[in-house]
Ligand binder design. Structure first.
Ligand SMILES: Cc1cc2nc3c(=O)[nH]c(=O)nc-3n(C[C@H](O)[C@H](O)[C@H](O)COP(=O)(O)OP(=O)(O)OC[C@H]3O[C@@H](n4cnc5c(N)ncnc54)[C@H](O)[C@@H]3O)c2cc1C
Ligand code: SF4
Length: 317
């Protein structure tokens, strides 16, 4: 098993990606060799679904993490048909989606399976309701949205923001630590039931050839190469994967222990929040935004602390 910290040398692609932009490098190579790539993209209603891409330009739709469980639709069958016709196929997704693809396709020379490290994925219904209520609150329509970015790096890779842009030029943006959708996701309230007993974790569960995640440990392991633009953690299991990963800019070799230490989601599942049943009941009966605020919003004590810290900063500078 090869474990490395790596990044995409193209700074624009790296900025548009959630971690180091390594997915785009691997996908570009597959397409430049005449292959096709499957991955998660927004559709015209800003729902997330799997898409087949066969051009380098088309890859921009797959770039960036969408923290919603993607609707796979006919992607497994379409990928199988591409494999049967002899095309090289890169199938990417969550570890459960990749395992499902492997179960259908079996071991094939022309198939490369790429999974993201997966904390868990929110139920699509929470995303759809959140976006609809946010638009109502902002007096906008879903059709006015021009982009959604769960990992807007303008505030840095580590302090990323959640950003929605609208056709009238207005932008809604919040640090992920303040955004209610992101807070509820990271506190595990909105995850799918299956994520709490996910069988697709390392060492036995992962069926992918390549696993990609955020190399959060880089700040501790090699701070000299961390420029807060994003660093990927790449785990590759096959010798032949070198063919795909050799052109990645390698920052550092890591041990699997290092990777697990800073990315526990590689091996462990989230714990079920104690009051999740109550959250689900209230979310079913009421509007979602106030319920997200009640269960996942910042406690008042934290708000006061942050307000005072900001005030102190502005007085001193
Ligand atoms: C739901 C989810 C949970 C994650 N949890 C963690 C975590 O706990 N720790 C960690 O280190 N990394 C996690 N990641 C992975 C991380 O956010 C990056 O996606 C990964 O590092 C790849 O980044 P990149 O810069 O190489 O490419 P990017 O361009 O950022 O990623 C593109 C890739 O992500 C896939 N993708 C995007 N959204 C989805 C989706 N909804 N469903 C399936 N595939 C998707 C695309 O198909 C493509 O393969 C998670 C990603 C998702 C989608
Ligand atoms: S945690 Fe497991 S079950 Fe949940 S989306 Fe990720 S891979 Fe699938």
């Amino acid at each position: 098993m090869k474990v490395i910290a790596a990044h995409n040398p193209d700074a624009d692609v790296r900025r548009a990606s959630s971690s180091g932009g390594v997915f785009s490098l691997i996908a570009e190579k597959v397409i430049s060799e005449g292959g096709v790539v499957y991955g998660a993209a927004f559709n015209e209603e800003w729902k997330v679904e799997h898409l087949r891409v066969d051009t380098i330009e088309g890859l921009s739709a797959l770039r960036g993490s969408k923290y919603v469980y993607s609707h796979v639709g006919s992607a497994y069958e379409d990928a199988l048909a591409d494999l049967e016709s002899g095309l090289k196929v890169l199938f990417s997704g969550t570890p459960c989606q990749v395992a499902a693809m492997k179960k259908r396709a079996g071991e094939r020379e022309n198939l490369l399976l790429l999974e993201v490290i997966c904390h868990g994925a929110p139920e699509p219904i929470y995303w759809e309701r959140y976006l609809s209520e946010l638009c109502n609150k902002l007096k906008r329509d879903i059709t006015d949205i021009t982009s959604v970015n769960f990992r807007d790096k303008r505030t840095g890779w580590k302090n990323y923001s959640f950003t929605v842009k609208f056709s009238n030029g207005k932008t809604f943006t919040q640090p992920h630590t303040d955004n209610l959708y992101m807070r509820a996701f990271l506190k595990d309230f909105t995850l799918r039931e299956a994520c709490f007993r996910c069988p697709f974790k390392y060492p036995e569960g992962s069926k992918a050839d390549i696993t990609l995640g955020d190399c959060w440990g880089i700040t501790q392991i090699a701070p000299e190469i961390d420029n807060n633009l994003g660093t990927s953690l790449l785990v590759s299991k096959k010798e032949t994967d070198c063919e795909f990963t050799s052109h990645v800019t390698k920052d550092k070799d890591l041990s699997f222990q290092d990777a697990v230490k800073y990315n526990p989601a590689i091996t462990s599942t989230p714990a079920l929040p104690a009051n999740r049943d109550l959250f689900k009941t209230e979310a079913k009966e009421e509007k979602l935004l106030p319920v997200l605020k009640k269960f996942a919003g910042r406690p008042l004590s934290q708000k006061i602390y942050l307000y005072l810290a900001k005030l102190k900063h502005s007085l001193l500078h």
